[in-house]
Design a protein around this ligand. Structure first.
Ligand code: XMP
Length: 518
């Protein structure tokens, strides 16, 4: 494994610490996040080329407020203190930090001292006046000896300040959030101009180091993993497979609630192209049996979740050599980051996870994507050669088509839904419009309507199109597709799927609607 120039991010507990890491990675610089307690030792052990002290919710005056050993400011490595990180530096080096009961939260105007260019390397190229994002309580009021103000805002005399000689830089705002207009430029200046990074850490480097780390951790052991065919578990599986080959045992549960051709695609990609040890369990009869007559959405979800755990556990038990469980957990799934006061604590998705596994099945988790965001996972997926159909796949809920089939879930209804859904997918992808869409699918309603076909009267099912734009699934707008495309989808469904004679368009945004119907 090649070693990379490293920036160490010391996590003082800010909700933005991972975002900071992501911005650093976007500049092709390798970073690691560490706790304040381990910071100095890690900086030395890893030969860090720069240190970033993150923001955090505490006041530097709180009893037990997180701190790092002062030596970290004296070993000559460039340091950037962000928000709490800045206040910590001011307090340690003899400046003044005024306690405050009020938080300043939101956009502020930053004015660079003496106009552009005069503020030195950190703010080089930054507009004389620009928007920054503030979120702080205490405020830095008097500079430590050797420091110079670089910029100010209405409320902060030192929006940015530095001791250039000691290479210690501080900003009161958050350069990592997108509301800070010049944030990425400031991070770039710090890393490239001040700390001298070369910016050569690429996605293939991430793949290489994560494969090496998995190999080292698993040793000659084995890993079992549930594969859903979604992008996260797929990318995680390929990384683990690269590390340990066929000592990775993947289990794919066909719950009978999958989309058209989904199982075949997973088999073709993983067992075929990647030669992964893939075990498909056809459990559809069991799932459908348990769902018989069930209409309540929450009961459906519970039944499906419970059955999944049972089927997966039974399959996993067969791999007696497996001590590890692979998971495609991403950072947004990790509710709490590395905690300031303790070790890493994490909650993981409640579906497809280890949480509900029976007590006799004890695994250690392998989560190669724990630090990653979705767009990074897609880039990794591309680098390791996963096909576009998997990398660009829309999110698909764990309970599958059952939550797109209000009313009872039967093999016949699922078949109708599956065929209508395939037409929606085909047409929207053929139009190219899917690149701007979050999800596009069909929902089969528990309603029959009258129609005419040829000379005859029909009395058949109704389906709805659900097409939304979204950034993260938390909120969504219904997508305004061209009428010609909508018309084509509707006429294809009614003509090609016998059993559906009417197509509706769902024009509800989230909130108040949810994206899925159940
Ligand atoms: P809702 O319907 O709550 O969905 O607006 C938001 C996003 O989450 C997806 N979703 C799920 N994903 N397991 C998942 O992995 C689930 O049980 C689940 N339920 C909803 C949904 O497709 C949308 O992208």
């Amino acid at each position: 494994m090649t070693s990379h120039e490293t920036v160490l991010i010391v996590d003082f507990g800010s909700q933005f610490t991972q975002l900071l890491a992501r911005r650093v990675r976007a500049l092709a610089v390798f970073c690691e996040i560490t706790t304040p307690k381990d910071a100095l030792a890690e900086a030395r052990a890893k030969g860090a080329k720069a240190i970033i002290l993150s923001g955090g919710p505490s006041s530097v005056y709180d009893p037990g407020a997180p701190s790092v050993e002062r030596d970290i400011l004296q070993i000559g490595i460039p340091v950037l203190g962000v928000c709490y990180g800045m206040q910590f530096i001011f307090k340690e080096l003899g400046g003044t930090v005024a306690p405050s009961n009020e938080r300043e939260y939101g956009r502020a105007e930053m004015r660079v001292r003496g106009g552009a260019g005069a503020a030195g390397a950190l703010l080089e190229g930054v507009a004389p006046v620009s928007t920054v994002w503030m979120s702080h309580g205490d405020k830095c009021e008097k500079l430590p000896a050797g420091f110079k103000a670089l910029a100010q805002s209405d409320s902060c005399p030192f929006a940015a300040a530095a001791d250039v000689k000691r290479k210690i830089y501080t900003v009161q705002f958050h350069p990592e959030v997108t509301h800070t207009a010049e944030g990425q430029k400031i991070l770039r200046n710090f890393l490239f101009r001040i700390a001298g990074f070369s910016g050569d850490y690429t996605v293939p480097d991430f793949v290489e180091s994560s494969v090496a780390a998995i190999r080292e951790r698993v040793g000659d052991g084995a890993v079992v993993m549930g594969l859903s065919g979604g992008v996260d578990s797929s990318v995680a599986a390929v990384l683990i497979h690269r590390a340990i080959g066929r000592r990775l045992h993947c289990v794919f549960v066909d719950n009978g609630l999958l989309r058209l051709g989904e199982r075949e695609q997973v088999e073709k990609t993983f067992a075929g192209a990647f030669e992964v040890d893939l075990h498909t369990v056809d459990a559809s009869a069991g799932f459908l049996n348990k769902l018989k007559g069930v209409v309540d959405p929450e009961r459906k979800r519970k039944i499906i979740g419970g059955e999944f755990i049972e089927v997966f556990a039974e399959a996993a038990r067969k791999f007696k050599d497996a001590r590890f469980l692979g998971q495609g957990t991403l950072y947004p799934d990790v509710i709490e980051s590395v905690s300031v006061f303790g070790g890493p604590t994490a909650k993981i998705k409640s579906h497809h996870n280890v949480g509900g596994l029976p007590a006799d099945l004890k695994f250690e988790l392998i989560e190669p994507l724990r630090m990653c965001f979705k767009d990074e996972v897609r880039a990794i997926g591309r680098a390791i050669g996963l096909p576009a159909e998997i990398i660009e796949r829309q999110p698909f809920p764990g309970p599958g088509l059952a939550v797109r089939c209000p009313g009872v879930v039967t093999a016949e209804r699922l078949d109708l839904l599956r065929r209508a859904d395939a037409i929606v997918t085909n047409e929207i992808e053929a139009s190219g419009l899917h690149r701007d869409l979050w999800q596009y699918f069909a929902v089969l309603l528990p309603v029959q309507s009258v129609g005419v076909m040829g000379d005859g009267r029909t009395y058949e099912a109704v389906c709805s199109l659900r097409v939304v734009r979204s950034d993260d699934g938390m909120t969504a707008d219904w997508a305004q597709l061209p009428h010609a495309l909508l018309g084509k989808i509707a006429s294809r469904i009614v003509n090609e799927v016998r059993g559906i004679n009417r197509v509706l368009l769902d024009i509800t945004s989230k909130p108040p609607g949810t994206i899925e119907w159940e």
